[in-house]
Design a binder for this molecule. Structure first.
Ligand SMILES: *[C@@H]1O[C@H](CO)[C@@H](O)[C@H](O)[C@H]1NC(C)=O
Length: 353
């Protein structure tokens, strides 16, 4: 299975209309086509999780996952829209992304697997590119889920564009339900041997490398060492923030300490978790001294730095751009709703006060 570097291009979100609120994702809409633009504010940050996947070792509880599949899906859509470019094949179309959305929902209901987990694994494996090529490091791993020798693919012996709806669903099904030649997430979850949230992190490890090393460290073994940590982060809202997991050291981290022996980053990591702020780009600017557009309602009267929301923005992105927290953004712009469903394009918001 492969791991793809995170794609950072936040494309423009076509549904943003000048001056109009970004639609909420908390409605009961049920197709990707109608839930376009995000925006539960979820913490887009990366925390390094070492150890065995247990909450007692610092791994996230299920209640800290992004609460709805729709929100998690929308948060990852900007990646899906551009991820195929890394293989020089056409990007996913809106209708292919809609097919992914429906495919995950269908397969989640067929298998009983949490749709968010299927999505997180898919993002980890292919960044959601429907034309992800087949890899083969001993086992043929095709498609969206880089599954175990499944038949469905839109990039083998030629690229299919568009990728058919049935193929998209089948790629997801092959990864989640397994194939005649190998395990899928369902079998990996069973092999995890636990019933609490750690089963997901353990299953992620098993899906990536077939087993968990003796001792249970999910960063250990012959594997993409950061895989389980990455999946845990995807489930809790990581999209664009800097990936701060070190392949070299994650396997030696345990519940409370890291044996920093082979930590070639030189970072003395002495605790289970370290968090990087969601500050992927060279940010920490303070905004402009005066608003360049109409002020958003509720913006702080004593605001020192302003930012005008652009196409493609959502709260987590604005927070990243300025290195501020969700609480700060909400505090300085009091009309923003708690789920950030009303960030207005073309209005100036306070980003420093
Ligand atoms: C895919 O999207 C990315 C980001 O928007 C863009 O740079 C790239 O040119 C696109 N690729 C294709 C083949 O359209």
């Amino acid at each position: 299975m492969l791991v793809i570097p995170l794609i950072l291009a936040a494309g423009s979100l076509s549904t943003l209309v000048f001056g109009a609120p970004v639609p909420s994702t908390h409605s009961s809409r049920n197709t990707a086509a109608s839930i376009h633009s995000l925006v539960e504010r979820s913490a887009d940050s990366y925390t390094v999780y070492g150890g065995n996947g247990d909450v007692s070792e610092g791994w996230p509880s299920q209640s800290s996952w992004v609460s709805s599949f729709d929100t998690l899906f929308n948060n990852n859509k900007a990646i899906m829209q551009s991820s195929c470019s890394q293989w020089n094949v056409p990007n996913d179309s809106a209708s292919e992304i809609n097919d992914i959305y429906n495919g995950i929902k269908t397969v989640a209901s067929e298998t009983g697997i949490d749709a968010r987990f299927i999505l997180a694994i898919m993002m980890q494996e292919s960044n959601g590119c429907v034309r992800a090529p087949t890899t083969n490091w001993g086992v043929r791993n095709p498609g969206l889920m880089q599954d175990h020798n499944g038949a469905a693919t839109c990039n083998e012996n030629g690229v299919q564009n568009p990728c058919p709806t049935s193929t998209i669903t089948q790629m997801i099904r092959d990864g989640a339900a397994g194939t005649s030649s190998g395990d899928g997430l369902k079998q990996c979850l069973a092999q995890a041997g636990t019933t609490d949230v750690s089963m997901y992190y353990k299953a992620a490890r098993i899906y990536n490398s077939g087993s968990i090393v003796a001792g249970g460290n999910l960063g250990g073994g012959v594997a993409t060492h950061c895989y389980a940590s990455d999946v845990a982060n995807r489930l809790t809202g990581w999209v664009f923030a800097t990936h701060s997991c070190s392949e070299a050291s994650i396997g030696s981290m345990t519940g409370t300490t890291a044996s920093g022996g082979n930590d070639n980053t030189g970072t003395p990591s002495s605790t289970t978790t370290t968090t990087t702020g969601g500050n992927a780009s060279p940010a920490n600017t303070v905004g402009s001294a005066s608003p360049s557009a109409q002020k958003a309602p509720g913006a702080s009267a004593s605001c020192k730095g302003w930012y005008t929301v652009q196409s493609g923005d959502y709260c987590a992105i604005v927070e990243q751009k300025f290195g501020i927290t969700m609480a700060q953004l909400m505090g300085w712009n009091t009309q923003l709703s708690g789920d950030c469903s009303n960030l207005w394009l073309g209005y100036s918001y306070c980003v420093s006060a």
